[in-house]
Design a protein around this ligand. Structure first.
Ligand code: UDP
Length: 321
């Protein structure tokens, strides 16, 4: 198969590229390197079945050519990371909404199946934990920048599902929960690479708020395996799936685990949300996926424990030049 991956030089996109190359398929990547990095795909550069275009998905003639060449599309290109979103809301909204419009409209012309990556962020402030795909999405006020990410992604979901219902374009929507592993950068605020770097360099480990908020961290290899399975599965079309781990940990416990596993002397310090992000910032107290829907379709269950995941991230950062 010929696979087009938008955002293919990103953390998840580059692992997905590896997976298809290993399977014997041909991979086309388009990435504007805004948050992705060439370093993530440098090892694939000379591979005869790997092709990359450094450009934005908003460049329609370029994207149209790539859509033409491929059989299926993974649309992963998006503004990511809460820090980036709070700092650059215009870029977030425009990238997430317009980019998806362009991808879906070109895919529809050529009838190419599209998997659209959404996010667990869309559940927002919902207290119906664990989150089910048919549960309510609860957004905060529009004056709070964070929610622009959830809203822009919710629009992407509506659009993908509408293309299926109205135009019979096969689409699949996935809500990715906190996904982690080697190659993820802490540059956009993600907590695990940030803590690991802080611990390895002896800097303070910065826990935001009181550290009682919890998350579940899914290993990128498991997440990529699920993406490939869903793309292959006819019954996934027109559906929304949570993908992630359901091993819940508070951020304070996470900081302690990282400190212990790195044998670091770093001090754990608490930073108020207002200082870390912006005034009035709202965090989600708990975020846990219900993964029974994807489990019943493709038998998905996370294979890596939190300690295993942390071990892989620590080795990756320890070996960085
Ligand atoms: N966080 C933290 N310290 C950091 C970065 C993040 O305590 O240096 C917290 C953040 O406030 C959130 C959790 O870790 O509660 C996960 O943050 P991340 O940005 O990785 O993902 P999110 O779940 O917010 O999308």
């Amino acid at each position: 198969m010929r696979i087009l991956i938008t955002g293919g030089a990103g953390f998840i996109g580059s692992h997905l590229s590896d997976s298809y190359i290993d399977r014997g398929d041909e991979v086309f990547v388009i990435d504007d390197l805004s948050t992705g990095s060439f370093r993530n795909i440098a090892h694939l550069k000379e591979h005869p079945r790997f092709h990359y275009t450094i450009d934005s998905v908003n460049n329609q003639p370029v994207l149209a050519e790539l859509v033409d060449q491929c059989d299926v599309i993974f649309h992963l290109a998006a503004a990511v990371g809460v820090k980036l979103i709070v700092e650059s809301p215009v870029r977030t909204i425009e990238t997430n909404v317009h980019g998806t419009e362009v991808v879906l409209s070109l895919a529809s012309k050529k009838k190419k199946k599209v998997l659209v990556a959404s996010t667990s962020e869309v559940y927002g402030l919902s207290a119906e934990v664990p989150f089910r795909e048919d549960g309510n999405l609860v957004m905060g006020a529009t004056t709070k920048g964070r929610w622009s990410y959830a809203c822009s992604k919710a629009i992407d979901e509506f659009l993908a599902l509408a293309y299926w219902r109205e135009k019979k374009l096969p689409t699949v929507v996935v809500r990715l929960f906190n996904t982690v592993g080697p190659r993820q950068t802490g540059q956009y605020g993600m907590v695990i690479p940030t803590f690991v770097k802080q611990a390895l360099s002896g800097q303070q480990i910065t826990v935001y708020g009181d550290g009682k908020q919890s998350r579940c961290f899914g290993y990128v290899g498991d997440v990529v395996g699920a993406l490939v399975e869903l793309m292959d599965h006819e019954a996934a079309v027109g559906q929304v799936y949570n993908i992630g781990s359901n091993e819940e940990v508070t951020i304070l416990e996470l900081a302690k685990r990282v400190k212990e596993l790195t044998k670091s002397d770093s001090e754990i310090t608490f930073v108020p949300y207002d200082e870390a992000y912006e005034e009035g910032f709202e965090d989600m107290p708990r975020r846990v996926p219900d993964i029974s829907k994807i489990n019943s379709l493709v038998g998905f269950s996370p294979s890596m424990s939190l300690d295993g995941i942390l071990g892989s991230v620590i080795s990756f950062h320890a070996e960085l030049p």
